[in-house]
Design a protein around this ligand. Structure first.
Ligand code: GDP
Length: 219
């Protein structure tokens, strides 16, 4: 099966949302705690080993990075709008200085609330350590802004298939109990588990209709 994310290219790295590419077309953002496996997931999904690492040269590590996808056609064979993937910094990590974390918390909050071309979030979570504070914050942002969220439970190769299935079931149960409409799957960049499913999930998010300005939900 051909890979719809093949051919992704680095566009720019931004310190503020105002520096991102023009807010048109459609994009999907990737978030995850540092070390969760976000770069590896982006590289596996795009089938481009050095893609996310390119953006990880020193000094760029705490930036939002935009990647463009090659031109696509929609189901009716019409040219699809500009499509992008946005790599968000993982500020939930203890080693990131407090003021930096605060900066990104605010910037990501603003991005998720204001970005009109944003169609969905892919949240990368280490399957062995699900839903840390950072992940919960991201899910809450998605809930507040009615933004679809798809969770990749990654590094699944580090546990047995049975344990992975259990972790997925537990997470889905938790979503249901907390009334969160996020979807989730098992993933491994190393073993290639769930890569096709995740590519399809990204394409499905990109094809979501634009809801105009998404409204904040009543808490
Ligand atoms: P990021 O900080 O979230 O971008 O994480 P990276 O993608 O740089 O991965 C952090 C570490 O986890 C690296 O040592 C990767 O080789 C490793 N890693 C990432 N994904 C996987 C995976 O699916 N399986 C295994 N076993 N290791 C992984």
């Amino acid at each position: 099966m051909s890979n719809p994310l093949q051919g992704a290219q680095f566009v720019l790295a931004a310190h503020r949302i105002s520096q991102l590419p023009a807010d048109q077309g459609a994009e999907v953002a990737f978030a995850g705690r540092s070390n969760a496996g976000k770069s590896s997931a982006l590289n596996a999904l795009t089938n481009h080993k050095g893609l996310a690492r390119t953006s990880k040269t020193p000094g760029r590590t705490q930036q939002m990075v935009a990647f463009s996808l090659p031109p696509h056609r929609d189901a009716q064979e019409r040219p699809a709008p500009d499509l992008r993937l946005i790599d968000l910094p993982g500020y939930g990590y203890a080693k990131v200085p407090l003021d930096m974390r605060e900066h990104w918390k605010q910037e990501i909050d603003a991005y998720l609330h204001q970005r009109r071309s944003l169609r969905g979030l892919v949240l990368i979570v280490d399957i062995r350590h699900p839903l840390k504070e950072f992940d919960r914050l991201m899910l809450q942002f998605c809930f507040d802004t009615q933004l679809p969220c798809h969770v990749l439970l990654t590094k699944a190769d580090k546990i047995s298939r049975g344990q992975a299935a259990q972790a997925l079931a537990a997470l889905r149960k938790q979503f249901a109990a907390e009334n969160l409409s996020a979807t989730a799957q098992v993933f491994s960049s190393s073993a290639g588990t769930g890569v096709e499913e995740a590519r399809q999930a990204v394409m499905d998010l990109l094809a979501q209709p634009r809801e105009g300005a998404r409204q904040d939900r009543e808490r």
